[in-house]
Structure formats: C-alpha cells, structure tokens
Design a protein around this ligand. Structure first.
Ligand SMILES: Cc1ncc(C[n+]2csc(CCOP(=O)(O)OP(=O)(O)O)c2C)c(N)n1
Length: 188
C-alpha cells in the first residue's frame, strides 16, 4: 500500500495547469506541504462536497482540467455527489479518492470501506464512466494519465495507509485561499 504524501508528490507535476480542489484535513495539509499554488483550493469543513465544487468549476471551464482530491469518509458522507457528477459527466474532471478506510483527521475511526464497501464500484453504479482502484504510486500516476488521455469523467480510488501529518492547521487561512483562488479562476 502507498502513503498519500508519496502519491501526492508523484502527481504534483501534473497539477501545474490543473484546477485542484481538495477536502479538508490531512490531504489539504499534505498538498500544502509539497507546495501551495494559486490554482489549489482546500474546501474546509464541507465533507462530501469537494466533487460538487469541482463539478461546478469543470462545467464553467470546459477547457481546463479539474482534479478533485477526496477522502473515503468525505465521499461516504455524501454519496449523492457521485450521482450528480455522473449526471453531468464533465470530461475534464478527474476525481481521486484517497481511501485510508478511516476518518483520519478526527482520530482514525474506521469507515465502511474497512468493512468491504467498494467506492470504485459505487462510482461505476452511479454512472461514472471510468473508475478503478489502485494501491501503488506507479499505478495511480498511470491511472491519472489514462483518465486525462481518455477525456472522460473518472473516479480513481487510491488505497492509502492511514497516516498523515501531525497537524492539519496551516498558515494559509480559508479566506486568503478563497480570494486568491477566485482571482486565479477569473484570470485563467
Ligand atoms: C459535515 C462534516 N462532518 C464532520 C466533520 C468533521 N471532520 C473533519 S475531517 C473528518 C474526517 C475526514 O475523513 P476522510 O474524508 O476519510 O479523510 P481523512 O481524514 O481520512 O484523510 C471529519 C469527520 C466535517 N468537517 N464536516
């Protein structure tokens, strides 16, 4: 199994021109630790809504690639997000779900993926045209590249270890991130 930080590091060069939306907590702090960019938005608090925000941006900006970094706990809290994503099926959106089978950011309580729920199968059943599960960094990078090349909405479930940074609060405030991201979207 892979560590999410290693996975993010491997994908990071592909995020330069993309619009990136993450959920809050560990994944946001890890992406920031690699290097914040004005085209990255860390959706605080709203578990299960990162894909919805990515959907809106992808529909408004069809010429840009949108990458959403989600968590299993977040996605499970709003499975209807997958059906909405599938309904509009934006070709320019890649949805990566880091599945650590745990609510790591609030203490590590096990989620339903630890007892057999299969998020890639759920995405497929919701109507997402491409979905897969990967558990190694190389396979994840290949899956992201294939998703981009296929030009079809894709959900990639990346099985990762339930480990993260020691703290999740960074020196980038929500409002600062919001205004910077908004400006970037207007200018690009
Ligand atoms: C609607 C909602 N409920 C609860 C919380 C508290 N909360 C913050 S992060 C988190 C866990 C997120 O789990 P997951 O998406 O699996 O990501 P991980 O922390 O494992 O990286 C919870 C429950 C929240 N932010 N929003």
């Amino acid at each position: 199994m892979m560590r999410r930080l290693d996975a993010l590091q491997a994908i990071y060069p592909r995020l330069e021109d993309a619009i990136v939306v993450t959920i809050m907590g560990a994944v946001a702090a890890e992406l920031q630790s690699i290097g914040h960019r004005p085209n990255f938005f860390y959706l605080q608090h709203a578990m299960g809504l990162a894909s919805s925000m990515g959907l809106g941006i992808a529909l408004a900006k069809p010429g840009r690639r949108v990458v959403v970094f989600d968590g299993d706990g977040s996605l499970l809290m709003n499975l209807g997000g997958l059906t909405t994503l599938a309904r509009y099926r934006p070709k320019n959106l890649v949805h990566v779900v880091f599945d650590n089978e745990s609510l790591l950011s609030v203490g590590g309580f096990p989620t339903a993926t630890s007892t057999g729920s299969d998020l890639a199968a759920i995405a497929r059943a919701a109507g997402v045209p491409r979905s897969c599960t990967v558990s190694e960094v190389g396979a994840l990078v290949a899956a992201v590249d294939e998703a981009v090349q296929s030009n079809e909405l894709s959900t990639i479930v990346a099985k990762v270890e339930a480990v993260g940074p020691s703290g999740y609060v960074t020196d980038l405030a929500l409002l600062e991130n919001r205004f910077e991201f908004q400006r970037w979207l207007r200018q690009h």
